[in-house]
Design a protein around this ligand. Structure first.
Ligand code: NAP
Length: 326
């Protein structure tokens, strides 16, 4: 990849492909496309690696016994960089098909708007991932960054030797609680049901930690604090009782949701906002593909994101060959 922050060639160049998102899916597409000799620009609004940057440890990717999310993201960057993909840290705000552009007589050129500038490509891979879900409590936004956090790995160290609560029952909540148990004096794991959705292996590790306590059948209903979070109000949905829990931090790990609305004109979205794709990761618009967590699928893991990235890239190459052969 060209250097971080290097200005991409707005309006002067038509890339073979623009990739939206530099997570596992997007970077895999970039690697395959560069190896096929295609010009590639990747837009990323946050960090290379996407959500995985915030994972303490990855231990389910074939061939890698254990790696931190940060090291894995660095490796993604190095690989795409060595192959010559361009990367720009800009948020894409619009995507449309440009029927004609001066000097271009072929239809189907995509126009991508990012940070107010327009960029052009013959094909696009949307690999925009997901964003954190919020509890939806009235005080949540005001206390975000003041005790309420969506990333234990980023913010956990601020609560060294203090009390933290994690809400959620999936792998993220379990991994967050495990990480925090090595940083905080006490960790509460609050889940709305009696069994966890996440892996048994993680539940077992947590149950052996003396400073971790499970609070099950429970929902966080209220956040209290002025300058920072001091306590949360919990509703036990088994007993119907409310209780107050004093805590310095609340890590919200209740899943993620897509943010695909700015692509909605060119792709079909399901009821949950995920992009509907066909087997080759192609969407309803020719030349427009979707890969990774942002598309409708059953299993969202690194390995399936990488698979999507490769499938989408092969589809792009076939599409470009057809386009250039016309
Ligand atoms: P997830 O698997 O969707 O779990 C979300 C959890 O939050 C569920 O337990 C859910 O409860 C709970 N929840 C949802 N909405 C809630 C609300 N409004 N209030 C309270 N609780 C709520 O999400 P995730 O844990 O972020 O994981 C996402 C994907 O990434 C999964 O496929 C996961 O396996 C993967 N992941 C993998 C690793 C790894 O180490 N390999 C690490 C992190 C994530 P219910 O169970 O009752 O629905």
């Amino acid at each position: 990849m060209e250097k971080y922050g290097k200005e991409p060639k707005a309006e002067t160049v038509i890339y073979d492909s623009i990739i939206i998102g530099a997570g596992t899916a997007g970077i895999t597409s970039a690697v395959y496309l560069r190896r096929a000799g295609k010009t590639v620009l990747i837009f990323e609004k946050q960090a290379v690696g996407g959500q995985i940057v915030f994972s303490h440890k990855i231990e389910n990717y074939p061939g890698i016994k254990s790696i931190s999310g940060g090291d894995y993201a660095d490796a993604l960057y190095e690989q795409a960089s060595a192959l010559g993909a361009e990367l720009a840290f800009k948020a894409v705000t619009d995507l449309s098909v440009c029927p004609s552009k001066s000097g271009i007589d072929k239809p189907g050129i995509f126009k991508i708007t990012a940070d107010g500038k327009e960029y052009f490509a013959k094909s696009v891979v949307i690999a925009a991932g997901l964003r954190h879900k919020k509890l939806g409590l009235p005080e949540e936004s005001a206390l975000a960054g003041l005790g309420v956090s969506y990333c234990a790995l980023c913010d956990g160290a601020f609560f060294k030797n203090q009390t933290a609560a994690v809400v959620g029952g999936g792998n993220t909540a379990l991994s967050d609680a495990l990480f925090l148990s090595s940083v905080c004096k006490k960790v509460y794991l609050i889940h709305r049901r009696g069994t966890f959705r996440g892996e048994e292996r993680l539940v077992k590790s947590l149950s052996h930690k003396p400073n971790v306590e499970f609070i099950l059948h429970s929902e966080v209903k209220e956040l209290s604090g002025g300058q920072s979070l001091t306590a949360i109000r919990i509703f036990n949905n088994n007993s119907g009782e409310y209780s107050e829990l004093k805590t310095d931090a609340l890590f919200v790990a209740i899943g993620q949701k897509p943010s695909n609305s700015c692509f909605g004109g060119l792709v079909g979205l399901d009821d949950d906002g995920f992009i509907i794709t066909q087997q080759a990761c192609n969407t309803k618009t020719d030349g427009l593909f979707a890969a990774g967590d942002c598309r409708q699928k059953q299993i969202r893991q690194l390995v399936t994101a990488a698979a999507d990235g490769a499938i989408a890239a092969v589809g792009v190459v076939e599409y470009l060959n057809r386009l250039d052969g016309d």
